[in-house]
Design a protein around this ligand. Structure first.
Ligand code: SF4
Ligand code: SF4
Length: 470
C-alpha cells in the first residue's frame, strides 16, 4: 500500500499541499533531438500561418467577433457551421482513436503547451539559470545581485516572448493585415485592442513562467480523458518493470557485482529518469495521469544503460501487455469501431465540402407583410434577399429567375447587381404571380440565382395567396 501513495496526490504538490516546484534536468538524446526538429516545424507553422495568404485569404483565421473563419486558405462562414461541427467531431474521434492506440504522443510531440514550455521557455531557462543543480542552488540562494540579475533577465525575456505569442494569437483572431495596420498606427490609436493584447500576454506569461506543467496535470481536459482512453494495449512511455526489477528488485549499481546472479533487475535506481521528468513523476510507478509522454526519461535511461553496458530500452514506447505478456501490438475491436466511425465521418465531410455552395442565397418574405392583390388577378408578395459570396472573387451581373411558376420578379433597385468577394449583398424584391398559376394559399417557389446568365444557385421560398381563390 505504501508504494501506491503516489496515486493519492499529484507530483507537483507537497504533503503540506504547497506547490512543489519542478527543476527538471536538461534532456538530451535521440528522442529529444527528434522532438526539437518537430518543434521547429510546428513553431514555424504556428507563427507563420496567420501571415500566409492563399488567393488573398489568410491561411488560418478564427475571427470569432466578425464570424469569419479561414481553414487552410478556404473561407468558412457561420452558414458553414455544420462543417465546423463535423470537423470537430472528426477531430475528437481521431484523437480518441489515436490515444487508444498510441497514448499521449500528441502531448509530448505536438501540443502547443509542451512545445512552448519545453522547447522555448524551458530552454531559455537552461540558458540563463543553468541545469537542474544550478537552478536549485539559485532558487535557494539569497536575493543577491547575481540572482536579481538572472531573474530580471529571465522574466523580461519571458515577457517579451509572451507578448510576441499574444500578437500572433491576435493575428489569428482579427487577421494579420489588421494587426500590422494597428502596429503601424501605434498602440494609442487602438487602445481597445491593446488592452486585450496585454491580457493575453499576462495569461501566456502566467502559464509559462509560473503555472507550467500544471496545465497538463490539472487543467487540460485531454489529460483528464487518459483514464478512460488508455488500456493495457495502448502504447505509452513505459518502464519495463519485468526487466528493471528482476526477481530481487532494483538496486544501486556496484562495480564487479553480478547483478544477474543476485537476481536484481537492470534498474540501478539512479533517479535520472525522475530528475529529468518535467512533471515530477517517477515513471517506474507505472502509467500516470501526469505523464505527457515527452520521452525525456527514455533518453535519460538510455544514457544510463549505455554507461553500464546494458541494452537500451528499459524505459521505452511499449504497452503494458507488451511488457507483461510479451504481446505484440493488436488492432482491438474498440479501435476498429473508432476507425469505422472516423472513416464514415471523413467521407461525410469530404462530400459536404464538395457540395458546399460558393454563394449562399436566402430569399425570405418580409416579416409581418401579407400578399397584395393587384389588377388582372395578380398577387404580389414582398421579400428580402441576402446573398453571401463565400469566394475571394466578386460575383458580377447577378439576377433572379422564377423557376417553379410563371411570374415576374421585380427588383426594388437595380435589375442586376454585384456581390463583392466575401461580402453580403442584400435588398428587397417583389414577386408577382397570376392567381390562376397558384395551387394553394402557400405555394413553394423555386428561384434561380444567375451570374451573367449562368445558373449558380437555387433557393426555395414561400408565396402567400388568398385562400378563397383556390
Ligand atoms: S534512469 Fe533507468 S536505471 Fe535510472 S532509475 Fe530510471 S529506470 Fe532506473
Ligand atoms: S515520465 Fe517520462 S515521458 Fe512521462 S512526463 Fe516524465 S519524463 Fe516525460
Amino acid at each position: 500500500m505504501e508504494e501506491e501513495n503516489f496515486r493519492d496526490s499529484i507530483g507537483t504538490i507537497t504533503k503540506e499541499g504547497k506547490r512543489a516546484w519542478i527543476f527538471p534536468k536538461k534532456p538530451s538524446g535521440r528522442f529529444y533531438q527528434y522532438r526539437k526538429y518537430v518543434s521547429y516545424g510546428l513553431l514555424l507553422f504556428l507563427l507563420a500561418s496567420p501571415f500566409i495568404k492563399i488567393n488573398g485569404n489568410q491561411f488560418l483565421l478564427f475571427n470569432v467577433l466578425e464570424r469569419r473563419f479561414n481553414i487552410f486558405g478556404f473561407p468558412f462562414w457561420p452558414q458553414d457551421f455544420h462543417l465546423v461541427v463535423v470537423s470537430m467531431i472528426i477531430g475528437v474521434i481521431f484523437i480518441a482513436l489515436f490515444t487508444v492506440a498510441y497514448g499521449r504522443i500528441f502531448c509530448g510531440w505536438m501540443c502547443p503547451q509542451t512545445i512552448f514550455m519545453e522547447m522555448v521557455f524551458r530552454r531559455i531557462e537552461f540558458w540563463i539559470d543553468g541545469d537542474r543543480g544550478a537552478q536549485i542552488r539559485l532558487d535557494k540562494a539569497p536575493w543577491n545581485g547575481k540572482k536579481i540579475g538572472k531573474r530580471v533577465l529571465k522574466w523580461t525575456v519571458f515577457f517579451i516572448i509572451s507578448f510576441l505569442i499574444a500578437n500572433v494569437f491576435l493575428a489569428y483572431l482579427i487577421g494579420s493585415d489588421k494587426l500590422i495596420r494597428y502596429i503601424i498606427d501605434g498602440p494609442m490609436a487602438h487602445l481597445g485592442t491593446m488592452v486585450p493584447l496585454l491580457i493575453f500576454t499576462a495569461v501566456f506569461y502566467f502559464v509559462f513562467a509560473w503555472f507550467r506543467e500544471q496545465v497538463c496535470i490539472i487543467a487540460c481536459p485531454y489529460g483528464r480523458l487518459q483514464g478512460v482512453l488508455l488500456d493495457d494495449k495502448s502504447i505509452v512511455v513505459a518502464y519495463d518493470h519485468k526487466r528493471g526489477e528482476g526477481e530481487s528488485g532494483r538496486k544501486k549499481f556496484r562495480k564487479n557485482e553480478d547483478r544477474d546472479a543476485l537476481g536484481h533487475g537492470d534498474c540501478i535506481d539512479c533517479f535520472q529518469c525522475v530528475n529529468v521528468c518535467p512533471t515530477g513523476i517517477d515513471i517506474r510507478n507505472g502509467t500516470q495521469l501526469e505523464c505527457v509522454n515527452c520521452t525525456a526519461c527514455i533518453d535519460e535511461c538510455d544514457h544510463i544503460m549505455d554507461s553500464i553496458n546494458k541494452p537500451r530500452g528499459l524505459i521505452r514506447y511499449a504497452s503494458e501487455d507488451e511488457i507483461t505478456k510479451k504481446a505484440k501490438f493488436r488492432f482491438t475491436p474498440r479501435m476498429k469501431g473508432y476507425t469505422a466511425v472516423l472513416t464514415v465521418l471523413i467521407g461525410l465531410l469530404i462530400g459536404m465540402l464538395f457540395l458546399r455552395n460558393e454563394l449562399e442565397a436566402n430569399i425570405l418574405r418580409l416579416p409581418g407583410q401579407l400578399y397584395e392583390r393587384k389588377a388582372d388577378n395578380i398577387i404580389s408578395n414582398v421579400y428580402t434577399y441576402k446573398l453571401m459570396n463565400k469566394t475571394s472573387k466578386d460575383i458580377e451581373d447577378v439576377t433572379f429567375k422564377l423557376h417553379s411558376h410563371k411570374g415576374t420578379i421585380k427588383m426594388v433597385s437595380h435589375d442586376s447587381f454585384m456581390v463583392p468577394a466575401q461580402e453580403l449583398a442584400e435588398g428587397t424584391l417583389f414577386i408577382e404571380i397570376n392567381n390562376s398559376a397558384l395551387t394553394g394559399d402557400k405555394d413553394k417557389l423555386e428561384i434561380g440565382v444567375y451570374s451573367g446568365g449562368k445558373l449558380i444557385e437555387t433557393t426555395i421560398t414561400q408565396f402567400l395567396a388568398p385562400r378563397s381563390y383556390n
